[in-house]
Design a protein around this ligand. Structure first.
Ligand SMILES: C[S@@+](CC[C@H](N)C(=O)[O-])C[C@H]1O[C@@H](n2cnc3c(N)ncnc32)[C@H](O)[C@@H]1O
Length: 492
């Protein structure tokens, strides 16, 4: 695929879908003016011109000069098309020059800022970051946001206090982020709804996508009313709802309003952790040949002391319940805490130290910026918690809620890759109690309210950490056992 198409998130909307969106939007607004700031080949300009005969002005812009030339051929005196980069703010000037009601409609670029960084593209807002994330979050990609998210937030801001509608096709995850931004920043709107669309059929992409439709009116107050989610543009009953509760995006406001004590930011004791992040599998991931002799992913045989070698489980193992010994994969874990020097290994495990030194270039060539300011051989996801003998683990990648008790193998704690999350436990009894709580119907319902199963990585550490295990234990009659077993985990 050409780079420009990728960096411009250029997936043109078929006429049938643009017409369907306009038909639905007509139920919400009969606009005086229409804006399409990323008009592409003009599917929405054409559909809106037909659907809204009373609109006096239709302004369209796109960064692609060729597209602009094509849209200029549309034979409608109300249509004005300009080559305009969204980030130049031209669309906002047009909006501010209009009185009356406004419809902003379209399908903004489907591309993330990290993809743009990979493509070395300048198609990003200047020094902006959709949710102002900084530090480690920014480095580890939590700040990864879609350019469309940033654009829609700007459009929402521009429609504050006006009569208007924003009707945008986007990834469903992006629609939720825009709503979260609105709710967290107390922006106002009159109503909001999400209508799922079939992205495979219309765009030939495998992603959950939707129409986000937000209606604005003057003198509305900020609201935390749930946003209904419809299964299609034609559905008349919502199948779900999205809301912000306890600083958390939830998909079942009725349940979370009834049981608000079951989830809060960082309520879980102990805290959930993610597995080891190293980006150096060729060197660190090993299979055992015999005793202390291992094969790395470069096909090299090597002998290593047991000190830093741990049995390793991956997401597919955890999701499929393959967690019982014998575990044949191993991970060389050179640090016991983030930032630790490996110099101690020169004395404590000289074979391991030599092996690491011989493969230094593999560590130095890791692309992720998280490693650049760290000591050589740095990894993440290490600390006391990584080496507790027992764990309750779950895969973050699979669309199943399956918690597994993971026991030590030959006295060695098992470690995980960074797509798994786990609750560190000191004893078998702790792990069994935690699993009993997590498998209970009330915990499952709470988790289901916090997890968006249509996301690429549905289970997130952050969501698991919101589970209030103590409150769940109380409801299950397990409070005494929980307090007793986890008294050193920070529970009151
Ligand atoms: C997903 S396509 C959709 C096009 C059109 N809205 C439609 O629905 O068919 C995104 C469009 O955004 C345009 N685009 C990308 N970056 C842009 C920018 N910075 N300013 C304006 N348009 C941009 C692309 O050229 C492309 O036409």
């Amino acid at each position: 695929m050409p780079v420009t198409r990728k960096e411009r998130g250029d997936w043109q909307t078929p006429a049938e879908l643009a017409q369907g969106v306009c038909r639905l939007t007509r139920k919400f607004i009969d606009p005086d003016a229409i804006l399409e700031p990323n008009c592409g080949q003009g599917a929405f300009v054409l559909a809106a011109a037909k659907a809204f005969p009373d609109a006096k002005r239709i302004w369209a812009g796109d960064v692609n000069a060729q597209y602009v030339q094509n849209v200029k051929k549309i034979n409608d005196s109300r249509v004005v098309v300009q080559k305009a980069n969204f980030f130049s703010g031209r669309w906002k000037q047009v909006l501010n020059s209009q009185s009356g009601s406004i419809l902003i409609i379209g399908n903004p670029p489907w591309v993330t800022n990290s993809e743009l960084a990979r493509l070395n593209s300048g198609n990003v807002p200047k020094k902006e970051n959709a949710e102002n994330l900084v530090g480690i979050d920014a480095l580890t990609g939590k700040s990864n946001f879609d350019v469309s998210e940033w654009m829609m937030v700007e459009e929402v801001k521009a429609l504050q206090g006006r009569n208007g509608v924003l009707a945008m096709l986007c990834k469903t995850s992006v629609a939720r982020k825009v709503l979260r931004y609105i709710w967290k920043n107390a922006l106002t709107y009159a109503s909001a709804s999400i209508y799922k669309i079939d992205a495979k059929r219309f765009f030939d992409v495998s992603v959950e996508a939707c129409l986000l439709l937000i209606q604005f009116k003057p003198e509305t107050d900020a609201t935390l009313a749930p946003c209904p989610v419809y299964d299609s543009l034609e559905s008349d009953q919502p199948s779900q709802s999205v809301a912000l509760r306890n600083e958390t995006l939830v998909n079942d406001a009725a349940f979370t309003d009834a049981f608000p004590e079951l989830f809060q930011l960082n309520a879980s004791q102990p805290q959930w952790r993610s597995g080891v992040k190293h980006d150096c599998s060729k060197v660190l991931e090993l299979t055992r040949i015999d005793g202390d002799v291992y094969l790395n992913k470069l096909g090299e045989q090597t002998t290593l002391e047991p000190l830093c070698v741990y049995p390793l489980l991956k997401s597919s193992d955890v999701a499929n319940g393959r967690v019982e010994p014998p575990i044949c994969r191993f991970l060389l874990v050179p640090q016991t805490r983030v930032g630790q020097s490996v110099e101690r290994l020169q004395h404590d495990a000289p074979l391991t130290w030599t092996y690491l030194q011989n493969h230094l270039d593999y560590f130095q060539n890791r692309k992720s910026a998280v490693y650049s300011k760290q000591t050589p051989f740095s990894i993440f996801g290490v600390g006391n918690y990584a080496f507790t003998p027992w764990k309750v683990a779950i895969s973050g990648l699979y669309r199943t809620l399956s918690f597994q008790i993971v026991k030590p193998q030959n006295g060695r704690p098992v470690v995980f890759d960074d797509t798994c999350y786990f609750l560190p436990c000191q004893t078998k009894r702790q792990a069994e109690l935690a699993k009993q709580i997590l498998d209970s119907p009330i915990a499952v319902q709470t988790i289901n309210a916090l997890v968006f199963w249509d996301s690429k990585r549905p289970i997130k550490c952050e969501a698991l950490n919101r589970l209030n295990l103590l409150e769940l234990a109380k409801r299950l009659g397990l409070e005494t056992q929980y307090r007793e077993l986890f008294k050193h985990s920070g529970t009151k």
